[in-house]
Each structure stands twice: as C-alpha cells, then as structure tokens.
Ligand binder design. Structure first.
Ligand SMILES: C=CC1=C(C)c2cc3[nH]c(cc4nc(cc5[nH]c(cc1n2)c(C)c5CCC(=O)O)C(CCC(=O)O)=C4C)c(C)c3C=C
Ligand SMILES: [Fe+2]
Ligand SMILES: [Fe+2]
Length: 371
C-alpha cells in the first residue's frame, strides 16, 4: 500500500482534546455466508492469528477453510443475532457510551470515547481518522482483552501502527497492554458471580473458560496462559474458593494443532463422571458477550454437559456494560492517562496546568499557519 502522509488530521479552529479508543476483536456485518466469509478472510489472513508462511497458508485458507467455515459460522451467528445486530457490536456501542458518561462525571476535561474493531466495522483506521479530525491530539488505546496475547492485543497494536504510519502528524499515544489482575476488574467479576449466587444458588464448580491459543505460541513466549491463571487465582482468592472448586479451561479451538489445555469441552464432558452435576461457567477474558460465549458456551457446551449426565449448567454473563465494568474501565483509563491534562484530577477549566498551556501554545502556532 502506498504511503500517504495525509495532511490535516486536525481542523483549524477546533480545540485539541484527548481520546480513548476501546477496541474489540470484530464481528461480521451480518449473519450470512458472504459477510462471514469477508470477515473470516480478513481475520485469518492476520499473521498474528495464523503464523504460517503465506505460501503454505493461503491455499489452505482460500481452498479449504473459506469454502467450508463461512456457512457453518453464519448458521451459528444467526442463532445469536439480534434485531439491532451482532451482540458484540451493540455491546461495544453501549459500553463506550457508558464509559464516556462515567468519565464526564469524574472529569470535566474533554475526553472522547470511541470504539473500533480489529476486523470488520467500525475499522480502527477509520475511527482514528475521525477522532483526529475532531481534534484529538492525545490518544489512549485500550484493547478490551484483559489478558495479553500476541494474537489479540499485539494485533490491535499493529493496526493502530499501520494507520498512524501514514499520518503526517501523529498524536501523543498510550497503549494499554493488559489488566489481568486490576483490582476493580477482579472485583467486577467477583461481584457478578456473587450476584448470580444470590439469585440462583451455588454450583459444585465454577469453571473459568478462556478463549484458547495454539500451544506453540505459549511455548514461544506468549504470556496469555500465565495471565489467564493470574486472573483465576485472584478471583479464586477473592471468592474464597478452594483449588478444587474453581477450574480453568480453554475453548474455541480452531484447526488440528494442539491448543492450550484443558479444553473446555473435555472438562464439561468429564465432570458428570466425577459426580459434578451442577456447574457454573464464567468467561473472564470476554469483556462483551459474543458468539464464543452466547453460542459456544451457553448453547453448545450447555447441551454437551447435559448429554454427559450433568443436571444443571449456568452461564454467568460477561461484564458487558454493567456498572462495575464501566467503573473498572474508567478507573483504568484515568490512571493510564495520568500526566495528561485532560485526565488529571487537578485539571479545571478555569485554571489550566502548565502542561496544558504549553500544548495550547503549540496549537496556536499551528492555527497561525497558512492552509
Ligand atoms: C484461528 C485462530 C484463532 C485464534 C488464535 C484466536 C484467538 C482469540 N480470539 C479471541 C476472541 C474472539 N474470537 C472471536 C471469533 C473468532 N475467533 C477465531 C479464531 C481464533 N481466535 C475465529 C475463526 C472466529 C470467528 C467465529 C468463528 O468462525 O468461529 C470473537 C468474536 C465473536 C463474535 O461474536 O463475533 C472474539 C471476541 C481471543 C480473546 C483470543 C486469544 C486470546
Ligand atoms: Fe477467536
Ligand atoms: Fe510554522
């Protein structure tokens, strides 16, 4: 792609401000074969997701996978699609609006909160250009993956970098890598479990099911597995559960190579044989409910557990746009933005900090430029 050092990601006359970009993985435009095919083609061509040489992978992807999987996945998406669209997309829209509101209450400064998807729409590049055009000069990128993985977090970083590499005037930039043991995130998870227990009682086991990655990526240094365990341990301690009562497993395996173990489906298959008739499942790695939770866990694995002799299976929803999640993210954002005037508790409209005066002075200089 030709480099384009585009001019005017700013507008003369608009005030500079700060922006927060929440990013999730992505979702197809519709639950039909064509949309899912387009989405999967983009997704599965990302070298962060599939680490095979293009020469080897391209024929498999186009010759086999994109002929079979789109129809299958589309049928699954159709089961969870709502009149408003994909749950992941509507969930991100609601969450970003609510985080924006929370920041307004805590901060009078101009902080714009937007969301984007790594694959599909709204695309990261497009949203970044819109933010710049409306005056955003300081950018905090927060991928909504609490546990870092090269396949997800780093891929978001690549997409942000690819977009900014074509800008003439890049913003000040901060990138949140992960938050697996962030106190308010753990607290939000714990409270959602406790609220569930209060309404429905406790199961014999709490199963934490995370999205898997190929085992090879873990052996090559991806910290994802360890961060999943770190979240699990903090949550187990906070809920005062024994090591037997809380189980960690990995779901959503694609392809034939070995992924992180134990596999969620294998665990659910074997629990009834060990006398566990009632299980509750939580997916702490999914910020928003999506295909992998609403279909794979709440429908497919639910049925699998009952077939294996289980009696009761409860899926505890993701944090979504609940108050505790919004508060946890708002706190994370304010802390990560420290030192930036818009995020600084000492900031007030009438008494700009030295830092802000400096940035305004730079801006005035630009405003005086001929167009
Ligand atoms: C093929 C390899 C894949 C890796 C590695 C992977 C890692 C990974 N994914 C998530 C979170 C999500 N995945 C979602 C969908 C999805 N994931 C894969 C494959 C890999 N993911 C595929 C092929 C799909 C598409 C659906 C399908 O055909 O099965 C989603 C979106 C779901 C939605 O509602 O749209 C999320 C979210 C994580 C956290 C992760 C590694 C840590
Ligand atoms: Fe995935
Ligand atoms: Fe000048």
């Amino acid at each position: 792609m030709p480099r384009y050092f585009g001019q005017a990601p700013h507008r003369h006359g608009s005030e500079p401000s700060a922006g927060v970009l929440l990013v999730n993985l992505g979702t197809p435009g519709g639950p039909d074969k064509r949309s899912v095919r387009r989405y999967l083609a983009q997704f599965l061509s990302d070298p962060r997701i599939v680490e095979l040489p293009g020469k080897l992978w391209k024929p498999i992807l186009h010759g086999v996978i994109l002929r079979v999987r789109p129809a299958r996945s589309a049928a699954l998406y159709a089961k969870i699609w709502t009149p408003e669209g994909s749950p992941l997309q509507t969930g991100m829209a609601t969450l970003s609006t609510r985080v924006q509101e929370a920041l307004k209450v805590q901060r009078p400064g101009p902080i714009q909160v937007r969301y984007a998807m790594r694959y599909g729409e709204p695309a990261i590049g497009k949203v970044l250009r819109e933010m710049a055009a409306s005056g955003v000069r300081r950018l905090l990128v927060l991928p909504l993956f609490p546990q870092y993985s090269g396949t997800t977090t780093a891929s978001v970083f690549d997409a942000v970098g690819a977009e900014l590499s074509r800008w003439r005037w890049v913003p000040e930039l901060r990138f949140v890598a992960d938050y697996p043991t962030e106190v308010r995130y753990i607290e939000a998870l714990a409270r959602s479990v406790e609220a569930y227990w209060q309404r429905h009682g406790r199961a014999q086991r709490l199963l934490l099911s995370y999205h898997g990655i190929p085992e090879k990526y873990f052996r090559k240094g991806d910290p994802y597995f360890c961060q999943c365990q770190a979240t699990a341990r903090r949550l187990r301690e906070r809920l005062d559960l024994s090591e037997d009562e809380l189980i960690v497993s990995f779901q959503s395996r694609v392809g034939r190579q070995s992924w992180l173990k134990p596999y969620t489906e294998a665990v659910l298959q074997s629990l009834p044989g060990e006398g566990v008739r009632h299980v509750q499942v939580l997916c702490p790695g999914f910020s928003i409910d999506c295909l992998e939770t609403l279909e794979e866990i709440a429908l497919t694995n639910h049925a699998r557990f009952l077939r294996a002799g289980g009696e009761r299976f409860d899926y505890i929803p993701a944090l979504n746009s609940g108050d505790d999640h919004v508060a946890a993210l708002a706190e994370l954002i304010l802390r990560q933005g420290q030192g930036w005037a818009e995020f600084d508790p000492a900031w007030d409209a009438g008494r700009a900090s030295a830092q802000q005066i400096a940035s305004r002075a730079r801006y005035e200089h630009v405003r005086g430029e001929p167009r």
